[in-house]
Write a protein that binds this ligand. Structure first.
Ligand SMILES: *Cc1c(COP(=O)(O)O)cnc(C)c1O
Ligand SMILES: [Zn+2]
Length: 409
């Protein structure tokens, strides 16, 4: 790892790594921190040639730009280097130059969150911490639970009582101590923060722990590398708390700073209409995000009070990007269309990024030469009940050819 400093996303004040701060002491909980490396030093450790020779097919190939110690104990689960699919037929249907689908539902616990959890358990082990905790809409929790299990660590999880059953079951099979919090995600976060403080657990809350966005940024780094360093023009990503959108920018930013890529794609953040405070702030040119209640079928982005809003606004603006918001109907239609046309099955929050791409294309906001990547952040099997709303039901038939012909023709 190259030496790093922490920089508040709100006031810009810098702090040394040794300060071990999570958020800025001046700005409080909203002052989330950027992790900035000594890029001249990093350049000596990582570059196009060293990566071309690197045989690792996981996120650790970028470890020179990750906040972990060189020979620290790592989880055995394979995280990252997920496929980036070129979809020429879909590209021509929507009249863009190229459409790339990054299938991050292919990670060990089936969401992009595994990239953050891999770093979290590594850091916890470096610090000899044995219990990790987080609040989550579902995926961060099931991911943390899986990675803690793999490392022989304990996890304590706070999720809203409405979290989809597949995600809660994942938690339980990985042996986590699970609390179903009576209330929404914001309530789960409040309780988790207090409990983490009280018991002294390792904090895997992504917005608060600055190092987790560092793990997630490897998704963008892979997109760049899988494109042969000729990065796409626009990258669509769904937005809840704002960590993934921040990390997408950060991955490209770090590669730009070490001279591996020569530009940063525009980051397009996609929110659900019922939970779009970051979208509103971007459209209004505001420098604050107004919190409020939220409701969407895409549970992973059902966030009315996004914790990482400061970094998210910075990521979208610094990349000359934009935002859009899609309705639950548009999300459900994307849940059905994406697998039918690509073979990639996404949970609603993952399909939201694709719904945003479709909306941009239909509104004429993409140009024919545009090269577009869409990040699919979670696998469809996470939330089968939502997918069932988006597809027709199957026909029942007697085991009799005549009966089949009656139906099939
Ligand atoms: C967590 C999550 C998101 C949203 O990420 P944020 O960092 O909260 O903005 C999107 N999709 C899936 C599948 C997720 O699990
Ligand atoms: Zn600050």
């Amino acid at each position: 790892m190259a030496f790093y400093t922490l920089k508040c996303a709100l006031c810009g004040r810098e702090f040394p790594a040794e300060s071990e701060l999570k958020t800025c002491p001046d700005c409080g909980i909203h002052g989330t921190m950027h992790v900035l490396y000594d890029y001249d030093e990093a350049k000596k450790q990582i570059g196009r040639a060293s990566l071309a020779a690197d045989r690792r097919v996981d996120l650790w190939r970028y470890e020179a730009l990750l906040p972990v110690r060189k020979n620290s104990r790592r989880p055995a689960l394979q995280v990252g280097w997920t496929p980036l699919y070129d979809m020429p037929q879909l590209a021509s249907e929507y009249n863009v130059g190229q459409l790339l689908i990054k299938d991050d539902g292919r990670n060990p616990t089936a969401s992009l969150k595994d990239r953050a959890s891999a770093v979290a358990v590594t850091l916890a082990a470096e610090q000899n911490r044995s219990v990790l905790a987080c609040a989550s809409t579902g995926n961060a929790a099931s991911s943390l639970a899986g990675f803690a299990a793999n490392m022989g660590l304990k996890s304590v999880i706070f999720v809203p009582e409405t979290a989809p059953v597949a995600k809660v079951t994942q938690l339980l099979v990985f042996g986590a101590r699970v609390f179903l919090v009576k209330g929404d995600y914001a309530a789960a976060v409040r309780l988790a923060i207090e409990a983490i403080e009280h018991y002294g657990w390792y904090d895997r809350n992504c917005a608060i722990n600055p190092f987790l966005v560092e793990g997630k940024k490897t998704c963008a780094m892979e997109i760049a590398e899988q494109c042969g360093w000729d990065v796409p023009d626009k990258v669509f990503v769904s937005v809840g708390d704002g960590c993934i959108v921040s990390s997408t920018y950060k991955g490209f930013y770090d590669l730009y700073k070490v001279g591996v890529i020569d530009r940063i794609p525009q980051i397009i953040g996609v929110q659900a209409e019922g939970a779009c405070p970051i979208h509103r702030a971007i459209q209004e040119g505001a420098d604050k995000v107004i919190f409020g209640p939220s409701h969407t079928i895409a549970d992973s982005i059902d966030v009315g009070a996004p914790h990482n809003w400061a970094k998210a606004l910075h990521a979208i603006r610094a990349s000359r990007g934009n935002t859009t918001a899609v309705s639950d109907a548009e999300i459900l239609s994307a849940v059905a269309e994406l697998p039918r046309k690509s073979g990639v099955f996404a949970e609603p929050a993952g399909a939201t990024a694709y719904a945003g791409f479709v909306k941009f294309a239909r509104e004429g906001r993409l140009k024919a030469p545009d090269r577009v990547a869409v990040i699919i952040s979670g696998n469809g099997l996470k939330d089968v009940a939502s997918a069932q709303k988006a597809v027709p039901s199957a026909d029942k038939v007697a085991p009799d050819m005549k009966e089949l012909i009656k139906i099939f023709g």
